[in-house]
Design a binder for this molecule. Structure first.
Ligand SMILES: [Zn+2]
Length: 390
């Protein structure tokens, strides 16, 4: 494929996102990964270091005569993470490597409204501002993750009521000059896995599927492209208009069969108990033959939803995160059978590989923190307003 000329921003973004996803790199492999000569890389690293975005620490050479400077993202960069979940609003301040130095969770009211959710946002952002002021910390980025955020959000969020424009204005006033980005929670979790899961199975374009309180997908593309992360509402594919009611207002969505609340109901425990058990539920809750069969039927349906999504937009890889990943191969194979059963040509012919990655439900605000790091890295660490010629 012919090389497209890259702008300065894209080249810096390629370096920073590579360091974010790899956790650090010696110069020669870094130059190769971002397709630069070592001399060009050296010049850009000089700038990035001067701007406090990267650091280089002496490390024992991996081989005789090998390099000794390990390049990584600067550990003093401070990012704010804000993550809305079904139960609470989670906030935190952390670094590019994923460590959190401050976290707070403010509960949402039982029946949240635009007003009450807005109030919880204001309260938590005040805590965040006080915390950073006391420590004289200047934030490099704020990342906000909201379930159900998408094209239709301007007309009201169907998942958790909140007025994103108003919240954005409020945060913008409280943290003037700090870059602020909002995203759908599935994109935040996809970013979290891409940057923090060891041996993440895909490097190229793929579909990430998140099975949590809701069910959703995200297209994962080249991180230096403007539309690198796109949410896909595959969870609201309707399988039976007479089926269980979904939180989106429709009936029989795949989410209404496979989300955590639907799983809790099938297991005959409360959702709170299920969340409390975390990944342990798979050992703690015995499955009768009937429940196991129903579980497989639902996973098959999830597979159909994924296969249909791939029929619409083909791609070579699917990473699935969530409770299905905890099951034994026997059970979770039902997802793969579902994909096979509807993907045009079947999974093998379509050359789709499927990988299960661990669930990340309940780790908030880690996903928002990873998203904030991604925002900073993918704009090359440059100001949001600066324009440049390609
Ligand atoms: Zn739905």
């Amino acid at each position: 494929m012919p090389e497209q000329p890259r702008s300065r921003r894209q080249t810096r973004a390629a370096i920073l996102t590579h360091l974010l996803q790899s956790g650090g790199s010696f110069r020669p492999p870094l130059a190769k990964a971002v397709r630069l000569s070592e001399a060009s890389l050296s010049r850009i690293l000089f700038d990035l270091k001067a701007e406090g975005l990267i650091e280089e620490v002496r490390r024992p050479a991996p081989y005789v005569g090998g390099p000794t400077g390990l390049v990584s993202l600067d550990s003093t960069v401070a990012l704010a993470a804000v993550e809305l979940t079904a139960q609470w609003l989670s906030i935190g301040v952390g670094g590019l490597a994923g460590e959190l130095n401050y976290t707070e969770r403010l509960p949402l009211p039982k029946t949240p409204s635009v007003e009450t959710v807005g109030r919880v946002f204001r309260e938590s952002m005040t805590l965040l501002r006080d915390w950073t002021r006391r420590r004289r910390i200047t934030l490099a980025q704020i990342g906000v993750s909201i379930p159900g955020l998408g094209r239709l959000t301007a007309a009201g969020n169907p998942i958790i009521p909140c007025d994103v424009a108003r919240i954005s204005g409020m945060i913008g006033e409280m943290f003037a000059g700090v870059p602020l980005e909002f995203t759908n929670s599935v994109v935040a979790h996809a970013t979290f896995h891409r940057c923090r899961t060891q041996d993440y199975p895909f490097t190229g374009t793929h579909l990430f599927v998140f099975v949590s309180h809701g069910v959703a997908g995200a297209w994962m593309d080249d991180p230096t492209e403007a539309d690198a992360l796109q949410p896909v509402e595959l969870g609201h594919m309707v399988f039976g208009p007479g089926g269980p009611r979904c939180r989106c207002g429709h009936h029989g969505c795949v989410e209404a069969y496979t989300s955590l609340p639907a799983l809790a109901e099938l297991l005959d425990i409360s959702e709170a108990e299920l969340l409390q058990l975390g990944s342990e539920w798979v050992h703690a809750v015995p499955l009768s033959a009937r429940v196991r069969q129903e579980l497989r039927r639902r996973l098959f349906r999830l597979g159909l939803a994924i296969g249909n999504t791939l029929n619409v937009k083909p791609c070579g890889g699917v990473a699935i995160s969530g409770w299905p990943s905890l099951l034994a191969d026997d059970d979770r194979n039902a997802v793969i059978e579902g994909i096979d059963a509807c993907l045009l040509g079947g999974r093998t012919l379509a050359q789709v590989s499927v990988a299960f990655v661990p669930p990340s439900t309940g780790n908030d605000p880690q996903a928002a923190l990873a998203f904030a790091a991604f925002c900073l890295a993918s704009r090359g660490g440059m100001a949001t307003s600066s324009t440049e010629a390609a």
